[in-house]
Design a binder for this molecule. Structure first.
Ligand SMILES: [Zn+2]
Length: 145
């Protein structure tokens, strides 16, 4: 009996089952697929376990939740009203960890991009956002054109 799902759809289905793959991540991956990119997911060998790794282009993409990673100026990045000290220190640690991971990867020669959760709601906007990030890297943009 032939499997009616294409490999792409099957991997999307499987990624929906694993809690590690959040909806924002799935959205970013589906736009990248549509643009013709191949990538690896959740690469543990690399600092911070980047959500998406475009090895051919020396590029990693982190898809960050606005709340946990403190997206500056974002509505979703609210400080909880109670236990403020606890949250403040937790958020500071998260942000510092993100900066450290980013620096480590940059030093190793990776292009590091961050896509925020709130930027993934609208797929048209998301595609524009990814393209604008990729403008900074010739080999990436050549792949699209
Ligand atoms: Zn946000």
């Amino acid at each position: 009996m032939a499997d009616h799902l294409s490999p792409k759809n099957r991997s999307l289905n499987m990624s929906l089952i694993k809690s590690k793959n959040t909806l924002p991540e799935i959205r970013v991956r589906s736009v990248l697929h549509r643009l013709g990119f191949r990538f690896r997911k959740n690469v543990k060998k690399l600092s911070g376990t980047p959500d998406i790794v475009l090895r051919k282009y020396n590029t990693v993409i982190f898809v960050h939740g606005c709340f946990w990673h403190c997206h500056e100026g974002c509505k979703k990045s609210n400080m909880p009203k109670s236990n403020t000290d606890y949250w403040k220190s937790k958020f500071e640690k998260n942000v510092q960890r993100d900066i450290n991971n980013q620096n480590t990867l940059t030093e190793l020669g990776w292009n590091v991009f961050t896509v925020w959760e709130c930027e993934t709601k609208d797929l048209v906007f998301l595609e524009k956002k990814l393209l604008s990030l990729f403008e900074k890297n010739n080999s990436l943009i050549k792949n699209i054109r």
